[in-house]
Design a protein around this ligand. Structure first.
Ligand SMILES: C[S@@+](CC[C@H](N)C(=O)[O-])C[C@H]1O[C@@H](n2cnc3c(N)ncnc32)[C@H](O)[C@@H]1O
Length: 242
């Protein structure tokens, strides 16, 4: 029995102005594969209506679907057939503030297109909290927006200058509408985004005690057409708890 909520072949709006539900990325697919034999439950942070949670449930994996928005999780829960519900635990809350899970209980974590809505301090706090609730050998899988998207193309020189002067969070844009005047493109996005890159993710994951497996730019055809720029639109990272 498969679960079907809606077609995920294209972008679906979130209801809280926090971007979109994206088709599964290669990072999310790697997370689902790893979660099948992970040393603990799967944790999907910013699960939305369940684009990654659903395949986990279909594979019989115990999953915590965590999201800021109750309406997203209600859609997920109500669309989940009864036999799968025993493996689904939905949690409404703010990451990192409300992540207080049992120590070493989590085996695999996905944070897909969520960190961009957080401050640098929140990203730091979140990785430290995750390290505590993750078991040894557990992995965290991350995907996030970078400055190299169509909507922030004219912000790239600012970002690159900040990188050269070694600012801690060079991709923090507090006024995206200054850089993109096409309101249609900015639909359903907040005016502030913390755009990340492989260097920043590596730095913060290592500082929080993780070992980096991979941290790289990705994009191109995997990115919705309206956001494509030069193939570096997203950053992906995989790290393990030592
Ligand atoms: C851009 S959507 C991504 C959904 C899905 N992970 C994906 O990759 O398609 C962001 C999701 O993260 C949730 N979110 C944003 N900030 C959050 C936070 N601080 N804590 C928990 N969830 C958050 C939003 O409610 C939304 O469902």
């Amino acid at each position: 029995m498969g679960i079907s909520i809606k077609s995920f072949n294209d972008l679906d709006d979130t209801v809280n102005n926090r971007g979109f539900v994206h088709p599964l990325s290669e990072i999310s697919l790697a997370f689902i594969e790893f979660a099948k034999n992970a040393p603990g439950s799967a944790l999907d942070i910013g699960a939305a209506t369940g684009v990654a949670t659903i395949p986990l449930l279909e594979n019989g994996i115990k999953t915590i679907a965590f999201d800021l928005e109750k309406q997203h999780l209600d859609i997920l829960y109500n669309s989940t057939p009864d036999p799968y519900k025993k493996n689904l635990h939905t949690m409404v809350g703010h990451y990192p503030m409300d992540i207080n899970l049992e120590k070493k209980s989590v085996g695999a974590v996905l944070i897909s297109q969520v960190l961009g809505f957080l401050s640098g301090d929140e990203i730091r706090e979140g990785f430290k909290k995750l390290n505590v609730c993750m078991n040894h050998g557990a992995k965290v899988f991350i995907i996030n927006y970078t400055p190299y998207m169509s909507i922030t193309a004219s912000f790239v020189p600012v970002y690159e200058k900040r990188r050269r002067t070694k600012e801690a969070w060079p991709g923090l844009v507090q006024n995206i509408s200054k850089y993109c005047t096409d309101k249609e493109l900015l639909h359903n996005l907040p005016n502030t985004l913390n755009l990340l890159d492989p260097m920043i993710l590596t730095r913060e994951l290592v500082n929080a005690g993780f070992s980096i497996e991979n941290s790289y730019f990705l994009g191109g055809m995997d990115v919705p057409e309206k956001f494509r720029l030069d193939g570096r639109e997203w950053v992906g990272a995989i790290a393990s708890k030592i």
